[in-house]
Design a binder for this molecule. Structure first.
Ligand SMILES: *Cc1c(COP(=O)(O)O)cnc(C)c1O
Length: 413
């Protein structure tokens, strides 16, 4: 999709608006699939929390993807989007036994990440196969360091608790059909990732009847030109080789699974905003857009650097701007960015706006959440209406009968 497509979408649907390029999503899906072409059975489960619009889920389903979900609501969205229960994995953290049972009753793959729930679930439902989430305590700490960290992470069952885990499995006679890890850190050093994988393989040897090993995610995507990113081709080559070798040792073919979120949708997304005010102070030129961290919180929450371009004046002279929002609180999108000269009314496009952008949006300052548009085969499709005032009031209960307005103060002369 080209910049002039974005300009025309902003004209048609107004700003602020999120735009997703279906072709980029499918290219990323194909890239990951071909990187792992050497394994017999590969499963990519798109992590719904990155971008959970039902039309995006339908697109993922049409590509052949499975779905990784973290709440019962995401499970239900996935089912509504046409995913078969078997192609949904449910990987919650810290949810109730009741919610896990609800997901199990829908027939989705359960993934359990603590011993307390594992024991309770196994005792009640020994016949429901369960995947277990392991914390290998490995994280990438710089270039080629292997640091044993995350010992206090709330995620996963520690590898140091494997003996206890095995006892629970034996006593409840439950079925373990998958082993999983997702450390949440970026895969920058492939050798570190392979090292963590060895811990998964080692753990897997304890279980007969496994069907899959799930390596989670952590694929890093570039946010600007020259940014470091995960070399998925190299990872594919090395991990596939080791995985095939492990299947031989294990004596049974297994499925290799991943759960990419950011990798599939980040670069496909653009967030289009309109410049309300260009404000010159003694030291800075601010471009204030009709948005804020209510729509895109990543810069304020994580210090994420989203590239910002002026699609209304792509040939204009470059100047320095600080791009900020309209929220009554500091909501900086980017400081001292070189951007083609900005005039009030111009449309600024934020890049890498596909993952964890709309899904983290809120109604702070009683603002409407933006519309979403999918660009598919050369055409724009509205996939979410912009909110209206009714959405702000929805679910609010106005207890107007409880309160009597005070009589107007009378000014004594
Ligand atoms: C969030 C999440 C992912 C996706 O992570 P990305 O960095 O977006 O690829 C995968 N698996 C689990 C369990 C998650 O919670």
């Amino acid at each position: 999709m080209k910049p002039n497509h974005l300009v025309s979408i902003a004209k048609t649907y107004g700003a602020p608006v999120y735009v997703y390029d279906a072709e980029k999503i499918s290219a990323q899906y194909q890239r990951l699939t071909s990187a792992f072409k050497d394994v017999q059975s590969l499963r990519l489960n798109y992590a719904a929390k990155a971008l959970s619009n039902i039309s995006i889920l339908r697109l993922m389903n049409s590509l052949g993807s499975g779905l990784d979900t973290v709440s019962i609501q995401e499970v239900n969205l996935g089912l509504m989007a046409g995913f078969r229960p078997e192609s949904i994995i449910y990987t919650p953290n810290g949810v109730s036994l009741e919610e896990i049972e609800e997901a199990a009753a829908l027939g989705v793959q359960i993934n359990i990440d603590n011993l307390s729930i594992l024991e309770q679930f196994g005792a009640k439902h020994p016949d429901v196969p369960v995947c277990i989430r392991i914390n290998p305590h490995v994280m990438a700490g710089g270039n080629s360091n292997i640091s044993v960290g995350h010992i206090d992470s709330k995620f996963g069952i520690s590898i140091h608790q494997i003996p206890h885990l095995l006892r629970i499995v034996e006593l409840t006679n439950m079925k373990i059909n998958g082993i999983h890890m997702h450390t949440g850190s970026d895969i920058l050093d492939i050798d570190v990732f392979l090292y963590a994988s060895e811990i998964l393989f080692e753990t897997a040897k304890n279980f007969k009847g496994l069907e899959f090993i799930d390596f989670g995610s952590g694929f890093k995507v570039p946010y600007k030109e020259g940014d470091i990113q995960t070399n998925v081709e190299e990872l594919g080559k090395k991990l596939s080789k080791r995985f095939n070798q492990f299947c031989e040792e294990y004596g049974q073919p297994l499925t290799l699974a991943f759960e990419p979120g950011k990798f599939l949708v980040s670069e496909a997304g653009y967030f289009l905003t309109k410049v309300n005010v260009v404000k010159q102070t003694t030291s800075t030129v601010f471009a204030q857009v009709d948005s804020g961290f209510n729509h895109l919180i990543r810069p304020m929450l994580y210090g994420a650097k989203h590239e910002i371009v002026n699609i209304s004046n792509p040939k204009g002279r470059e100047r320095y701007y600080s791009v900020v929002g309209y929220i009554c609180e500091t909501d900086t999108f980017g400081n001292n960015r070189r951007i083609n000269e900005i005039a009030e009314g111009d449309i600024l496009a934020f890049k890498n706006a596909g993952a964890y952008c709309f899904t983290m949006a809120s109604n702070y300052n009683s603002r409407y959440r933006p519309a979403e548009v999918l660009w598919y085969q050369g055409e724009a499709h509205l996939i979410r209406e912009r909110e209206t005032f009714d959405d702000i009031l929805k679910n609010q209960v106005d207890v107007k009968d409880l309160f009597n307005p005070l009589p107007q103060a009378v000014v004594q002369k």
